[in-house]
Design a protein around this ligand. Structure first.
Ligand code: SAH
Length: 241
């Protein structure tokens, strides 16, 4: 499975202001995106782009400059165009969060997210190269974000999903979760131990075991953690006997 950050390229089409290129590179780097493609930028490289990129000059330095959108999206199995306007010819639309979900699907190995020019966005011909169109919800009377702000929002949604995925992956590599039968043995042991130390009265149990179950079930113990707890209980019992 390809990492969600590696498979994405951010494509800026015919950007007029070099400062926006730098600001987009900065927005990308904060969200762990590094693959920037520029299609016929008006001015690039430029001191203004570098200055607006601040610490993201490595993203700028690695930029791929292309002479057409087709060249920039070559090899991609999913192309998402972005637009500030609802188009006269409807195209399948997605919101930023849905876009993040979609790009994270394993069936896509290389995804382009395409941004238009500051003054006129993407042309209809360019949108026709896209599988989906993404619109960031805005005030209906004023929907046009600054180019780098649009890049930021979309990359942020992908980043959120990316960190969630890496958390799930790291959780999966830890010790497996304890099975229910082992939890039952743990609860029996815990109850026994609490009786041994005089903390629990089986004739007047109140809600103690109920609360203990709620506590440990909430924790979703891993096998190794359960073993540690069983070890502690055994030691306590050993000490008082
Ligand atoms: N006047 C242009 C706006 C371009 S803004 C137009 O009417 O299309 C420059 C680029 O930023 C857009 O092409 C798009 O890629 C992105 N962008 C700006 N606002 C956006 C929004 N609300 N949703 C999605 N992308 C947006």
């Amino acid at each position: 499975m390809k990492n969600i950050f590696d498979k994405i390229r951010i494509v800026l089409v015919s950007t007029t202001h070099p400062g926006n290129i730098g600001a987009a590179a900065r927005a990308m780097k904060t969200m762990s995106q590094e693959n920037l493609y520029l299609v016929e930028p008006k001015i690039f490289p430029s001191a203004e782009a570098t200055s607006r990129a601040t610490g993201a000059d490595d993203v700028l330095a690695a930029t791929t400059v292309c002479s057409s959108l087709k060249e920039a999206i070559a090899g991609c199995d999913l192309v998402i165009g972005t637009s500030a306007r609802t188009r006269s010819i409807p195209w399948p639309m997605v919101l930023p969060r849905e876009c993040a979900q979609t790009v994270s699907e394993d069936k896509y190995s290389s995804v382009a997210i395409v941004f238009g020019r500051e003054n006129s966005g993407l042309s209809n011909d360019e949108l026709e190269l896209c599988n989906l169109v993404l619109q960031i919800p805005t005030n209906t009377e004023y929907s046009s974000l600054n180019l780098a702000s649009a890049v930021q929002i979309i990359c942020y949604e992908i980043y959120l999903l990316g960190i969630y995925e890496s958390r799930v992956e790291s959780a999966e590599t830890d010790s497996p979760l304890v099975h229910q039968d082992k939890m039952e043995m743990f609860y029996q042991h815990l109850e026994e131990c609490m009786v041994d130390i005089g903390f629990h009265d089986v004739d007047n149990p109140r809600l103690l075991m109920h609360r203990m179950r709620r506590l440990f079930n909430r924790a979703q113990l891993e096998e190794s953690e359960c073993n540690i707890l069983r070890g502690i209980l055994a030691k306590v019992q050993g000490k008082i006997k």
